[in-house]
Design a binder for this molecule. Structure first.
Ligand SMILES: C[C@H](O)CC(=O)SCCNC(=O)CCNC(=O)[C@H](O)C(C)(C)COP(=O)(O)OP(=O)(O)OC[C@H]1O[C@@H](n2cnc3c(N)ncnc32)[C@H](O)[C@@H]1OP(=O)(O)O
Length: 736
């Protein structure tokens, strides 16, 4: 059955509806090329004036090639054939004697936008749900259906590179301004406007709308060389060579201006085929499917939406939570702080972020004002009777939090949820004296809240299913990926982070230099090293969490005593201008006086690979323990939590995928070696069992890839990598 249906209007314009049967989302599947060729031929046979493609789905045009189909490619030849099939079908469309028009409402992404690029005209709706982009890089791929060839011709080389290297998705206004679409219109007239374009005859080759400097740079080989060199340098700086897709994108775009059409398209198809088969792309595709699957969980029809919220505490976390609640979730937010200044600071936080958006013309002044109107605040409980959820973000003090539960039970409704942003205290203790413990839940954000994609949701034994579902749904509305974790000190993210950071501190105390330790983990693929991360979080914050973890979980969580001496000397991290590093306008540099303060004689003994191995081994082991104890429900949740919460290298697929790839027995024997001088490395039970049985965490072939072990020379030349989107979310991010 064809995905296209065809109808002629009174001006002999064929209206072709794209509708993949039985699916929510249109994607390009195996049969699409044959279906397209058949419909194009019918148009020719009918001697039509033009053809309009419109989606039969209510909220998407085409979301790209079917990613599952890519997973079915057995080898490079299969992947090459997929790309060539797309290219050929779009060439045929381009060559039709009649004009073709893409009428876009909703997502036109990847192969979906490439489809539209091959049409003569593109019209999109001005709706908020309309987004256009080539996000293949986020899957470790390049646009393999002519996107690397057609986009630069339409919007210019620099813009096309920027969009493809970041996977940026643009909305109607920006698409029109850049020349990506011919018009943007209200949904109600989309088809009429598109049908008019279809009567205009074939389109002439468009010229990109460039300013003088860009036009000068892009129009001559010397200028283009500068552009490509700069793009390449930036990519290497950001990815350190861990991600091959951006380099292949640059190569294919370069081919589009330097080689003949045939060779250039071949460069694109071959680059695509190489990438489909890489471990990196397999890992990134795994992340896409994991997050898609997670979106379906804890969805109940009767979950009452959270429309009014209150935030207790106007500090950095409270301000961030208020911001995402109002801006992303569209909720009304009431901030309560003990001081009016705290409320003002929190409101100012949002205002600053929104003002930047207004300056960049992403939002209008009126929109800014409307959004700010959603956030109010005060020092008492005014308006708390109306709120659906209260999120507390005050400091880690059990009694204070318990008294807040009592206040909210008195001041709010019977069904108001009390969510605690605690990073370490068990929720059962916070709920211990609650009258309505079923309403109490943990909702742990990461800082900066508006950038970090993860939240941990922590029900205690008495939390109701309804409270869990409402909280999960609200977190999703805030733009977060939630993982539901068990109520035990440190939950998941801080629990796997603490031993990793402690190991870094142990290595420092054993004489390894600060910058070498951080660099080792950056080269492994983390966005920031563990000591710099501690500086970001605040050494005082880390040292407050450590005793809670030690008390609840045991000796292996004991933080090195060194931290206290740093705190006594007012070295709390970035916020005080000094920690392991000093922070000045010129940038950060290692604070050499730390060595003397801690009585360390620098005596580097390990290479960077060994340093990274020891720190990462602690994290992997603790992640496995969390799975053993049911802190996380699955290896999948553990992978997503580590990637989105800490910035565990996405190209490795998360700690569990990484262990599968390396081989559990290898991980286990490495841990056992390290355990000879530090019992904290003793392998988790599940690791020992899996090592013995030859098992793995994922039953599927998800991680069935060979991991090239890095040699120590390699580690000197490789650098931290994130695909752009994930870097942006994590590089400034820090658990709290
Ligand atoms: C040759 C080409 O250059 C190669 C390519 O095109 S590669 C693909 C490039 N496209 C993409 O990366 C887009 C991927 N999709 C998305 O980002 C998001 O799905 C979206 C923004 C389109 C919509 O998000 P959202 O509304 O939250 O819906 P979401 O839950 O993600 O997806 C709904 C369903 O569509 C599926 N889906 C979306 N895009 C898909 C794709 N490209 N392939 C296969 N399935 C896809 C999801 O798996 C999910 O399926 P399910 O309900 O059966 O589990």
């Amino acid at each position: 059955m064809s995905v296209f249906s065809y109808e002629l209007n009174d001006r002999r314009v064929a209206i072709v509806t794209i509708d993949v049967p039985g699916e929510k989302m249109n994607t390009l599947r195996d049969s699409f090329a044959d279906d397209l060729l058949a419909i194009l031929k019918q148009g020719k046979d009918d001697n039509i004036t033009g053809m309009v493609f419109i989606s039969g789905k209510s909220d998407n045009f085409i979301a790209g090639a079917d990613i599952k189909m890519l997973d079915n490619a057995q080898n490079r030849e299969d992947a090459l054939a997929l790309s060539e099939m797309c290219q050929q079908a779009f060439f045929t469309m381009k060559k039709q004697p009649y004009p073709t028009v893409a009428a876009i409402h909703g997502a036109a992404l990847g192969g979906g936008l490439e489809f539209a690029l091959a049409c003569d005209y593109r019209v999109c709706t001005d709706s908020d749900i309309t987004k256009l982009g080539l996000p293949e890089v986020q899957l470790g791929l390049l646009p393999g259906g002519g996107g690397t060839q057609r986009l630069p011709k339409l919007v210019g080389i620099q813009k096309a590179l920027e969009w493809m290297l970041t996977g940026k998705q643009v909305r109607a206004k920006q698409a029109k301004k850049a020349g990506l679409v011919n018009d943007s219109v209200p949904h109600s007239i989309l088809l009429d406007v598109a049908a008019k374009f279809a009567t205009k005859g074939k389109a002439k080759a468009a010229q990109p709308k460039l300013d003088k400097i860009s036009s000068l740079l892009e129009s001559n080989p010397f200028g283009r060389n500068i552009i490509f060199k700069k793009a390449q340098d930036n990519v290497m700086k950001k990815t350190g060579g861990h991600y091959p897709a951006p380099l292949n994108i640059i190569k294919a775009v370069r081919a589009s201006v330097e080689l003949g059409e045939l060779k250039a398209y071949k460069t694109e198809a071959e680059g695509f085929a190489d990438l489909v088969m890489t471990d990196v792309s397999k890992s990134l595709r795994g992340i896409f499917f994991a997050t898609t699957e997670m979106k379906k969980e804890y969805k109940t029809d009767d979950a009452q939406p959270v429309k009014r919220t209150a935030v207790l505490g106007g500090g950095l976390m409270g301000a961030g939570i208020a911001h995402v609640s109002a801006v992303k979730a569209g909720a009304l937010v009431r901030i309560k702080d003990v001081a009016q200044q705290g409320v003002s600071n929190a409101m100012n936080y949002s205002y600053k972020i929104l003002s930047k958006r207004q300056k960049r013309r992403i939002m209008s002044k009126a929109e800014l004002q409307l959004t700010m109107n959603k956030i109010t605040g005060g020092t008492d409980y005014t308006a708390f009777k109306h709120v659906d959820m209260v999120i507390e973000a005050v400091f880690e003090d059990l009694q204070l939090k318990q008294s807040m539960v009592a206040d909210i039970e008195r001041e709010s409704r019977e069904d108001t949820i009390f969510a605690s942003n605690t990073s370490s205290l068990p929720i059962s203790q916070i709920a211990a004296q609650a009258q309505r413990p079923e309403n109490v839940i943990g909702l742990h954000y990461f800082s900066p809240v508006e950038k970090m994609p993860l939240v941990e949701i922590i029900p205690h034994a008495g939390t109701s299913e309804k409270t869990i579902a409402r909280t999960v749904n609200f977190a999703r509305k805030q733009g977060k990926t939630p993982i539901v974790v068990k109520d035990k000190a440190g939950f998941y993210v801080n629990r796997i982070l603490a031993p990793y950071v402690n190991e870094a501190a142990n290595l420092l105390l054993a004489g390894e230099p600060i910058d070498k330790i951080d660099q080792a983990l950056i080269e492994f693929g983390f966005p920031v090293g563990p000591l710099a991360l501690l500086d970001e979080v605040g050494i005082d914050i880390g040292s407050k969490i450590a005793p809670i973890l030690e008390k609840e979980l045991g000796e292996r969580f004991k933080a090195p005593n060194a931290f206290e001496r740093l705190i006594d000397s007012k070295r709390l991290g970035r916020k005080t201008g000094r920690g392991f590093y000093t922070y000045e306008k010129k940038g950060k540099k290692v604070d050499e006086s730390v060595y003397e303060l801690l009585g360390i004689t620098q005596s580097p003994r390990l290479n960077k690979q060994e340093i990274a191995s020891r720190c990462v081994a602690q994290m992997l082991n603790e992640a496995a323990r969390c799975l053993d104890e049911g802190i996380i429900a699955s290896a999948r949740d553990g992978d997503i939590g580590a990637i989105f919460g800490i910035g565990f290298p996405p190209f490795l697929g998360g700690p569990f995928s990484y262990m599968d790839k390396r081989g559990i027995n290898k991980v286990c024997s490495e841990l056992s070696t390290y355990a000879s001088d530090n019992a904290a490395f003793t392998p988790a039970e599940s690791l020992m069992e899996l090592a013995e049985s030859g098992g793995r965490f994922y039953a599927s072939n998800k991680a069935e890839v060979t991991l090239v072990e890095m040699s120590s020379e390699d580690t000197n030349t490789t650098k931290a990598v994130q695909c752009e989107e994930i870097t942006e979310q994590n590089s400034e991010g820090k658990p709290a």
